[in-house]
Design a protein around this ligand. Sequence first.
Ligand code: PHE
Length: 328
Amino acid sequence: MINDFIPKIKKEITQISTENDLMNLKSKYLGKKGEFTVLTNSIKDLSIDEKKTQGPIINSIKKEIESLIGAKFKLLKQSSINKKLSEERIDISLPSKGSSYGSVHPISQVLDEIVNIFTQFGFEVFEGPEIESEYYNFEALNISKDHPARDMQDTFYLGQGSLLRTHTSPMQVRMMEVNEPPIKIISPGKVYRCDSDVTHTPMFHQIEGLLVDRVITFANLKGILNEFIARFFGKDIKTRFRPSYFPFTEPSAELDIEWKDKSGNKAWMEVLGCGMVNPKVFDSVSYDSAEFTGLAFGMGIERLAMIKLGITDIRYFYQNDLKFLKQF
Ligand code: PHE
């Protein structure tokens, strides 16, 4: 009777296809009230001699049952793994979705190009904070208390004497404060003004230039900027220095270029502000203006990019429309 267990279990095991059924089978035979357990419990009623002969047989049968169940368990595990793997199979013959490459934003492209030109002229890049103090943004640059640029409508004030810089000119002061002449730097970065229409965004980019040495003249200013325009816009572009006013330069000028619009009409386009460093700015950094002179200029990157790329609405740059951005 005891010898019937093995063939019976073997037969049942072959029918089983889930771990759950296997567990049920296990408890049917080996559980507390399992058929085999009940049988083995009756050993205690046998005589000592019978125990000696039956004991090892029962034990070996129990081991065999356990090993049959164990083997089936492994088999079920493996086949469920195989099933999973086959479901996860990747069809490498499917055509790919393709990948797309990012590209440098047109504003960054133009900025890099301008920085490159001035680097070739021997200018070094010096960058600084976008959160600026009223002192660097206005006072040290000789911008009086009643100057319109200080108006709440133009400037983002942050309180406690801080603001978002309205131009990169504070970098002139920051540079001269900690360095002796000669100085030859450009300072690219973001600037902020409360202003928004087709040609203005509240955040835009400028590049500041500053050159200070013993005999810097307006001729140097014209030479450098004319050469810059020739390299950036092309050799044949006409330029014009038109008198202007900035509190931190004296004399001051705006540089215009002669530009053809899409229908071929020529017009003067303002591209940047510039001038000779005002001695008052030298005073605020304790430079001797009898010994040193300097030139400075500042240009808006978006403006230069719009002219060069023929874009009429500045807001295109910041709408992140890939159809627009991919053209450049
Ligand atoms: N900071 C001026 C502006 O934002 C530009 C400028 C820079 C003019 C340096 C003169 C010299 O308009």
